[in-house]
Design a binder for this molecule. Structure first.
Ligand SMILES: [Zn+2]
Length: 194
């Protein structure tokens, strides 16, 4: 028997029955398990891989660390017997990732690049507290920008400006006539209240 080929037990009908039943059970269970909600590139629908506790699958952020390990490369355990080999593998992986990212960046149009930079500004690696501070700074800057924006005078169309000028002129004339009328009806005796 060659390596990788089924042995006589694995080739038996009973084995196949057991296997089929196990797969059927798993597929029935899989349908009810939570799925990843990330958008897949192929058609924009949800990814549908099995999701972990953060609602994302292995490919879409399940492995992204939390807190101080957020978006930080995790180096292998120093006590592991194959530590050096693992470390070298990891470092090579980091190097590959960097190159792949540079390539993606080079292919982006200005809009995509801006979005990419925004994402990186809001997803800095490292401790949660530092990220929370930055988030607060961004929020304050946003509020300040909005306040400045709201204080600006609104641009007025020429038609509206003309109407406003007419209204102002009419009010001016009305005030003038009211003053004239008041002067003509000035009471001669102010009575006990003077
Ligand atoms: Zn996914």
């Amino acid at each position: 028997m060659k390596k990788g080929e089924p042995n006589s037990w694995q080739g038996s009908t009973q084995w196949r029955m057991i296997s089929r039943e196990a797969i059927r059970k798993w597929n029935a269970k899989r349908a009810s398990l939570p799925k990843c909600g990330a958008r897949r590139k192929r058609d924009g629908a949800s990814c549908m891989q099995l999701a972990g506790e953060n609602g994302r699958c292995y490919y879409h952020g399940l492995r992204t660390g939390k807190g101080a390990k957020y978006h930080v490369h995790i180096l292998p355990n120093g006590d592991a017997p194959d530590f050096e080999a693992k470390l070298h593998r990891k470092l090579r992986q980091i190097e590959r990732d960097k190159k792949a990212q540079a390539k993606r960046r080079a292919a982006m149009n200005p809009e995509q690049l801006a979005a990419h930079q925004r994402w990186h500004e809001t997803h800095t690696p490292g401790p949660a507290a530092a990220r929370a501070n930055k988030r607060q700074d961004r929020q304050q800057a946003k509020e300040l920008r909005q306040r400045i924006e709201n204080d600006k005078p609104r641009p007025v169309s020429p038609e509206l400006a003309e109407l406003q000028a007419q209204v102002a002129a009419l009010e001016e004339r009305r005030a003038h006539y009211l003053r004239l009328a008041e002067e003509q009806h000035q009471p001669e005796d102010n009575g006990v209240f003077d």
